[in-house]
Design a protein around this ligand. Structure first.
Ligand code: MRU
Length: 362
């Protein structure tokens, strides 16, 4: 195990423009190893997103933004001198579509790629080199804005909480999954700085254990009191009275407040309702998709069954040929959500009215 330093010092994704590379913390190795990868090809970026080396909706968007910028730079370098936007753009769209095919659920991936696409079109009249500089600025802005959004969600989130509370979270909505602070973890970090003394329960989050591997790693490193539980223990800690609020992130929020998040989240919401515990969703506006009317419109990623059967285990956990169903996300019904915390404020039901108001700063 590496010595613990506060995870807030970690940059899980960064651009190394001088070397036309993305430097990425390989999240599949945490907590055993802290290793940074240098990605220089589109295939490497695609693989890193698909294999969850970079994961969590905002971090996927940041990596995709840098990936498409580097693709654009490479495309422009390969064109003959004097070539213009008409030669550049079809190749750019191809690179965009390739990165977009890596994972389907988190809307941040498409949101970031669309931002770069819009930026390319807006600057189509410029010499290619200047248009590429504009793309770089846009990709960097996506990351910088994410840090600000997380901090702001942390401040809003903290207004919902009281010192000494027990909090339960699912998956890793943490600093590793964002530019910094995380979404649902942001009030935990800010609360830690301000002496709130939260007691956090982290669902381990089968099958890929983002809660067990990542959330515990980062909260412990920041000195936050964190206890890992298996997913099926959430009910007992709630019944024991140890949880005063559930805080989760999300991958896509529909216009009516239904939202997709890591598989198992809807079960946590159902339990929270049963035990009368407030259930808060942390959603930067980059994760809100008003084009999806309800959760039924959200594409849920299905992943390799081996993630359940063998991936993290020295020996297979189930008979080799048994069938396995492995959806990576589920949709939680809006009726189970107490509030959705965004960087622009807190949305309360009815979400179809409150969410549109959150899409721009007050
Ligand atoms: O499959 P993952 O690890 O990318 O899933 C991540 C989640 O479900 C997170 O809870 C969500 O992206 C919010 S991250 C701030």
């Amino acid at each position: 195990m590496p010595p613990l330093e506060s995870a807030l010092a970690i940059e899980s994704v960064r651009l190394d423009d001088a070397n036309s590379a993305i430097i990425l913390l390989d999240q599949t190795l945490i907590p055993v190893e802290t290793k940074y990868l240098t990605l220089t090809t589109q295939e490497q970026v695609w693989e890193a997103i698909y294999e969850l080396r970079v994961r969590g909706a905002p971090a996927i968007g940041i990596a995709a933004g840098f990936g498409l910028y580097l693709a654009a730079k490479n495309i422009a370098a390969g064109l003959s001198a004097g070539a213009g936007f008409d030669a550049f753009y079809p190749l750019f769209v191809k690179a965009k579509e390739y990165l977009a095919s890596s994972r389907p659920t988190a809307v941040n991936l498409f949101w970031a790629l669309d931002r770069l696409d819009a930026c390319a079109k807006q600057n189509a009249h410029l010499p290619l080199a200047d248009m590429i500089s504009a793309l770089r600025a846009e990709a960097v802005a996506i990351k910088d804005e994410d840090e600000q959004m997380c901090k702001s969600m942390g401040e809003y989130g903290l207004t919902l909480l009281k010192p000494g509370m027990g909090l339960l979270t699912h998956c890793n909505p943490g600093t590793l999954a964002t530019a910094r602070y995380g979404t649902a973890t942001a009030p935990m970090y800010l609360g830690q700085e301000r002496g709130y003394d939260f007691k956090v329960f982290a669902d381990e989050t089968r099958p890929l254990l983002q809660g067990g591997r990542l959330t515990t790693f980062e909260l412990q490193s920041a000195g936050i009191d964190v206890t890992v539980i298996c997913d099926n223990m959430a009910s007992i800690v709630m019944k024991n009275g140890w949880v005063h609020a559930a805080l989760v992130g999300c991958d896509r929020v529909a216009a009516n407040g239904d939202f997709a998040n890591k598989i198992g989240t809807s079960g946590v919401a159902i339990l929270a309702k049963h035990y009368n515990i407030p259930f808060y969703v942390f959603a930067p506006t980059s994760t809100i998709d008003l084009n999806c009317a309800t959760g039924d419109d959200i594409h849920i990623e299905l992943r390799n069954p081996d993630e359940i059967k063998t991936k993290w285990y020295a020996r297979p956990m189930v008979p080799q040929d048994v069938k396995a169903y492995n959806p990576a996300f589920d949709v939680t019904d809006h009726s189970l959500v107490t509030a959705i915390v965004t960087e622009n404020g807190i949305a309360y039901p009815p979400f179809s009215e409150s969410l549109p108001r959150m899409m721009s700063p007050k």
